[in-house]
Design a protein around this ligand. Structure first.
Ligand code: ZN
Length: 230
């Protein structure tokens, strides 16, 4: 049973509900357009995969939070786990070349550097990951010879602006903090195998969203993170 007072409140309540509904419509309407909510882009990179042991869980975690990343695959693992390369591509990840056997490239002859890079390009393409446009030398070690060979295969060399130190036993807190310091266009080094990196994914997503940052692609033209174009 309604009192007179409740009835008098109804128009105000109805207006408030209508306003909320409008706000909800606006929020929903904005969601598909990432440009509207992304003030800047950063590049998340995961090295040393793919593998049956780590790639599925990493892709599931990234997918849960709508994060896209660049996976710098080793050719030997792309050849061993081609289905994981396809999973990375199907999940919207970008796939880069991280050499075939992860050697110290600057200690090798030009012919062996060429073999490391070219065999990886072939292995990733053969697995269904497309032909990479980005290359990261193992350990970030490079020189003019390495860059020259990469350029021969149309590859843009990408090192990193920030090292999460996840390979060196960094805590989940430290990994999240490293991500929180990224600025527009920057690229961070992560790996697919450390448990702390997988554990950090939800908070990485939260940290980026809180700063209006989105996980973008790395431009083969500039080497910096930018809005995804495909
Ligand atoms: Zn590596």
């Amino acid at each position: 049973m309604r009192t007179a007072r409740q009835l008098a409140l109804r128009p105000a309540v109805t207006a408030a509900v209508a306003a909320l509904a409008l706000a909800a419509t606006l929020i929903v309407g904005a969601a598909p357009s990432h440009a509207a909510t992304c003030s800047a882009y950063v590049g998340l990179t995961f090295d040393d995969g793919p593998s049956d042991a780590h790639t599925p869980a990493l892709l599931a975690a990234l997918g849960r939070y709508g994060l896209r990343a660049t996976m710098f695959n080793e050719g030997q693992y792309a050849a061993a786990y081609p289905a994981q390369v396809r999973s990375e591509a199907a999940a919207g990840m970008w796939i880069g070349d991280h050499s075939y056997t992860h050697p110290h490239l600057t200690r090798l002859s030009q012919a062996r550097i060429d073999s490391e890079i070219s065999r990886t390009q072939q292995a990733i393409a053969a697995a269904g990951g497309g032909t990479p446009k980005l290359f990261r030398p193992p350990y970030g070690e490079t020189d003019g010879t390495v860059q020259g060979v990469a350029a021969k295969y149309g590859l843009r060399q990408v090192i990193w602006d920030a090292d999460s130190q996840d390979w060196n036993g960094a805590s989940t807190d430290a990994i999240v903090q490293a991500v929180s310091r990224l600025t527009d266009g920057q690229v961070i080094l992560l790996h697919e195998w450390p448990p702390n990196t997988l554990a950090a994914i939800p908070r990485i997503a939260q940290t980026l969203a809180g700063r209006g940052l989105c996980a973008g692609m790395i431009s083969a033209q500039t080497g910096h993170a930018t809005a995804p174009s495909g």
